[in-house]
Design a protein around this ligand. Structure first.
Ligand code: C5P
Length: 240
């Protein structure tokens, strides 16, 4: 197959990014982390000192103007993680808790989504073979993808995975804003509240028509990748 688009959605902590990245390597395809684009947009707004908690119409317009003026460069090589905004490498900075806590507000603005979705569709078209992951890839961005998957896991498992990730990046964070460990309560807040806010804009908790669900609750990383590859193979075969 010369062209192959694999769309993967799921909530935070489902292991979406690392599973999608490995799936891309295995399929000899490129990789698109759409969450990184919303994070980069959020980083830019914070950098410009915009108050993202404000619901003013003027603030909203400022966010739209700022995001649409941003020059974003994104690596689609699954082996190279690199996000550059207006010439600044923000690969690490977009993973900060400050960005995570503000991203839903930016992602909730329709004009921001339209702008980023157009960029995502262009990247997907140009790539030919690509695994794209996010919250609305199976339903909006690449509805016509050859394979569409909703990657889920129980809330308990998602909290544990996210906790591991947070506590690892916390010690490495240059932002110095993260504590070295999170209580279970903090984690639950961080993870479930963002998913709740995101649910107002995108629907990623239930599989849409024709979308295959891969539940990774009982699977380790390697098994999850295998399950995703299996689903891709089945969906591609069914379409040919
Ligand atoms: O996947 P990740 O956690 O990095 O996504 C960061 C945020 O970007 C999400 O919490 C959500 O607000 C937004 N997002 C989105 N649509 C996507 C991908 C991410 O709204 N397709």
């Amino acid at each position: 197959l010369n062209t192959l688009v694999v769309a993967i959605d799921g909530p935070s902590g489902s292991g979406k990014s690392s599973v999608s990245m490995e799936t891309a390597r295995r399929l000899d395809a490129q990789f698109l982390d759409t969450g990184a684009m919303y994070r980069a947009a959020t980083w830019l707004c914070l950098e410009q000192g915009i108050d993202l908690t404000s619901t003013d119409a003027s603030t909203k317009q400022l966010i739209i103007d700022t995001v649409t003026a941003g020059q974003l460069e994104l690596s689609t090589d699954p082996d190279v993680e690199r996000v550059v905004m207006n010439g600044t490498d923000i690969t690490e900075a977009i993973r900060s808790e400050r960005v995570s806590q503000n991203v839903s507000a930016v992602a909730g603005i329709h004009e921001v989504r339209q702008f980023l979705i157009a960029q995502q569709r262009a990247i997907i078209t140009n790539a030919g073979r690509i695994v794209a992951e996010g919250r609305d890839i199976t339903t909006v961005v690449a509805r016509d993808a050859e394979a569409r998957i909703l990657l889920t896991a129980s809330e308990e498992v998602r909290l544990a995975r996210r906790g591991l990730q947070l506590n690892t990046t916390a010690t490495e964070s240059a932002e110095g804003e993260l504590a070295s460990s999170y209580s279970e309560e903090d984690l639950k807040k961080i993870v479930t509240e963002r998913d709740k806010k995101d649910s107002a804009t995108t629907s990623f908790t239930e599989a849409a028509d024709g979308v295959d669900t891969v539940d990774s609750t009982e699977l380790d990383f390697g098994q999850t990748v295998e399950a995703v590859l299996n689903s891709v193979a089945h969906q591609v075969a069914a379409k040919n």
